[in-house]
Design a protein around this ligand. Structure first.
Ligand code: PLP
Length: 387
């Protein structure tokens, strides 16, 4: 019997998730209703933040963060080159320019060194936000990045869709990602491949009441209800958007959030098994490095492969895996190499991002995989590399 194809990531939807959505469909509200706030409340408690704003998707959370911070034309934002497009694009949505930071080629993360280099390339321009990405789920060195950003007059906006459930130990304190201890905002996405799925969906967390209120009103056209005014009165002091998330999807999110610990534990177990089984393939194949202090709830299981030493190409390995029923993906094509950004800024020299891109390959990781699936993936990879 043919074994099922293993994609690199997929959602885990169970009967009670379906029941939660069905109940929301039968309730009074399809869009903004009580479940939006219930999801926000449960989420902020889970990550230890004071405020959470549920949004239509992860990209919209980043756009709202930029708007709420007042980032605009003449400003610069610093984003790592190894990330999804949205991390950089959000700066452009508000007219700011992007300076791409390089990454550590072993972890794929922005580091204090690569941020220092990016800050120097920003020159005399006004840097307003630095957007560290907790790539794969591993947590960046937030205290160091924050100190450097503050010294430059900027704040951190964590692009954290990969790191829901991750924690990091800084000093003697363990911080859940999203607790806002070092950043103005943290951003999450509930795209189906992420740790928690609502289809489309996202969440912003912050400990700043003013920023939270601003993001909240900008999510709904910039409308605010003046205190004490008649019930029909709303005012639009500034231009906002419709970035609302439906009640129905928040019902799914709330149901999923109750399973986060189980999902995270399963991801950690599977990642540990990958670690054991991949060890004999070293040094040709290595797990992406985890920085000290990071305790990841891995979203992506990314390995670095020396394709040249293996006398093959990534395309051949991807094809071979596919033929063996194994999906894989590349995270990511460095954003500074996208035609839009090359046209705008020329081609920056970011050797860490290029080295990461040359070797990275993401293998299947999601909670419904069983232990034997990991064995199957590693055996297929060894075969693809003729090991
Ligand atoms: C998924 C993702 C986003 C965007 O989220 P969407 O919900 O797809 O808009 C942004 N940044 C990173 C790093 C992501 O992984």
């Amino acid at each position: 019997m043919a074994r099922p194809f293993l994609p690199y990531g997929r959602q885990t939807i169970e009967d009670d998730d379906v029941a939660a959505v069905a109940a929301a469909l039968r309730a009074d509200f399809l869009t903004t209703g009580p479940t939006v706030e219930a999801f926000e409340t449960a989420f902020k408690q889970k990550v230890g933040a004071e405020h959470a704003i549920a949004v239509s998707n992860g990209t919209a959370t980043l756009h709202l963060a930029m708007l709420a911070l007042g980032v605009g034309e003449g400003d610069v934002c610093i984003a790592p080159s190894v990330t999804f497009l949205a991390t950089a694009n959000c700066a452009r949505y508000v007219g700011a320019e992007v300076v791409f930071a390089d990454v550590d080629p072993a972890s794929g993360l922005m580091t204090p060194d690569t941020l220092a280099d990016a800050l120097s390339r920003a020159g005399e321009r006004r840097v307003r936000a630095v957007l560290p990405v907790h790539l794969r789920g591993d947590v960046c060195d937030l205290p160091a990045l924050k100190a450097m950003a503050s010294a430059a007059g900027a704040v951190l906006v964590e692009d954290a869709p990969h790191a829901l459930g991750s924690t990091a130990t800084f000093g003697n304190e363990e911080h859940p990602v999203g607790d806002g201890a070092y950043s103005a905002f943290a951003s999450f996405s509930f795209h189906p491949v992420k740790t928690l799925a609502t289809g489309e969906g996202g969440m912003l967390t912050t400990n700043d009441a003013g920023l939270a209120a601003r993001a909240r009103s900008l999510r709904g056209h910039g409308m605010v209800r003046p205190a004490g005014a008649e019930p029909w009165v709303y005012e639009m002091p500034e231009l906002g958007f419709n970035y609302r998330i439906p009640d129905v999807l928040c019902a799914l999110g709330l149901s999923q959030l109750a399973k986060l610990d189980r999902f995270v534990e399963r991801r950690r177990t599977l990642a540990a098994r990958y670690g054991e089984l991949l060890a004999p393939l070293s040094p040709l194949v290595q797990l992406a490095a985890s920085p000290t202090g990071s305790n990841p709830a891995l979203h992506l299981l990314t390995v670095l492969i020396d394709f040249e030493a293996a006398m093959t190409t990534r395309a051949a390995v991807v094809d071979s895996l596919k033929a063996q029923g194994i999906g894989s993906q590349v995270h990511y094509i460095p954003v500074h190499r996208q035609p839009y950004y090359v046209n705008r800024y020329g081609l920056a020299d970011l050797p860490g991002a290029d080295a990461w891109y040359d070797r990275c390959l993401t293998l299947p990781l999601y909670p419904t995989m069983d232990d034997g699936d990991v064995d199957r993936v590693v055996e297929a990879l060894a075969r693809a590399l003729s090991l």
